[in-house]
Design a binder for this molecule. Structure first.
Ligand code: AMP
Length: 379
């Protein structure tokens, strides 16, 4: 395998990679970088934590340095992901003042964004909604956008962004390179690719829809009324940082308060919190001020917090794929990690389906009652 130092990349980029401590490309980077540098469209499937941001970020920086007339646009489903991608791209471009990176997300001060856009950033990283606001206001012109990346394509579709993508695509030049990154290649993602990409290369690395093998998965059978106390026991027994996933904002708020009353240092993140609160929560979890992050599925994807040792599914996810994304917050980039799921009798069926679908071994439920015969729906 070629190291980054051996690749044909601009020296400023190589030195940024060196500062980041990136020596060799990850598998997805090894496959994607040559295709992207050559300007071809691609659909890439990769496991969580596989280094996909670098897989598209490195070629973008390289190509924009070589062609000063080109710009790039990256679309991602959540504000957190946009912030994280922008931070990573800024670390790749520290030595290149001509490559400004702008984050355009909803919930943030629009006047500040107007100021940033006036400076003609070469790379725009955005959530679809706010980007459309700017396109309508004509505060952003995408005529020179020669590179488009759709990150977490499956998630964007799940979150209902398809109409916004249609709108945005109308503002982009027909002549462009489009890359679609996705964790799962569902029919809807394939349709999206057919619509926007031209003869894309298909790249997939690892066992796409399955959790990474390094994650030790287990299950705790309990009942709803005992969940809180059982969680406290688990937290006391485990060392290191923990993300606890719940289904609703209200339950997340409540559990965070309960744990804080026990003396745990807790951060909280869900869609009902402001942009600033969400950033602050991630920051204090990242720098270790809080050991626990209580989160809804908004935090399940893409957020890169390297030191997460445990993921606890206090509630099972609504959508199966989120199981993989949630537990993918641990065991990133070769580290090990543990994922434990609380399963109440009401969850038995859902858990059995998850265990089958994701081939989770050694998590059979004990004391299962026979399922009652299916009743027909009585209006
Ligand atoms: P991502 O999947 O893009 O979120 O990346 C997962 C983690 O891997 C991040 O912490 C990256 O900084 C790290 N990473 C990505 N590429 C490399 C590389 N080539 N060498 C070392 N670490 C990397």
């Amino acid at each position: 395998m070629n190291t980054f130092a051996q690749m044909q990349l601009p020296s400023t980029l190589k030195s940024a990679l060196n500062t980041l401590g990136f020596v060799e490309p990850t598998k997805i980077q090894e496959s994607v970088i040559p295709v992207s540098i050559n300007g071809l469209d691609l659909v890439a499937c990769a496991e969580t934590g596989s280094g996909k941001t670098g897989a598209y970020g490195i070629p973008i920086v390289s190509r924009l340095l070589e062609d000063t007339k080109k710009n790039a646009l990256i679309l991602a489903p959540t504000r957190e992901l946009v912030t994280q991608i922008s931070d990573f791209l800024r670390s790749l471009t520290v030595n290149c003042r001509e490559l400004q990176v702008a984050s355009i997300v909803g919930g943030a001060d629009i006047r500040k964004q107007l100021g940033i856009l006036k400076r003609n950033p070469r790379i725009v990283v955005a959530t679809p909604g706010r980007l459309i606001d700017h396109l309508k206001r004509k505060s952003l012109n995408l005529d020179s956008t020669a590179i488009l990346v759709l990150d977490e394509g499956d998630r964007m579709i799940d979150m209902g962004f398809a109409p916004q993508l249609d709108q945005i695509l109308k503002f982009l030049p027909k002549q462009r390179q489009t890359s679609l990154f996705t964790a799962t290649l569902t029919d809807r993602v394939r349709k999206l690719a057919d619509k926007y990409l031209q003869k894309p290369e298909r790249i997939s690395v690892g066992r796409i829809s399955l959790p990474v093998a390094a994650i030790k998965q287990s299950v705790i059978q309990t009942v709803i009324k005992d969940k809180d106390e059982r969680l406290v026991d688990e937290l006391n027994e485990r060392k290191g940082s923990v993300i606890i996933f719940l289904r609703t904002k209200r339950k997340t708020d409540k559990l965070a308060r309960y744990l804080a009353d026990y003396g745990f240092k807790v951060s909280l993140i869900h869609g009902g919190r402001t942009h600033g609160q969400r950033n602050q929560a991630i920051e204090s979890f990242k720098n270790g001020r809080s050991r626990i992050l209580c989160a809804t599925d908004i935090a399940a994807r893409g957020i890169d917090i390297p030191q997460v040792e445990h993921v606890i599914n206090f509630d099972l996810p609504m959508m199966d794929e989120d199981y993989v994304h949630r537990i993918g917050r641990t065991a990133r980039n070769g580290a090990s990690g543990q994922a434990v799921s609380f399963v109440t009798p009401e969850d038995h069926r859902a858990w059995q389906m998850l265990a089958r679908k994701y081939q989770i071994k050694g998590v059979e439920l004990v004391g299962l009652k026979r399922r009652p015969a299916r009743r027909s729906f009585q209006p």
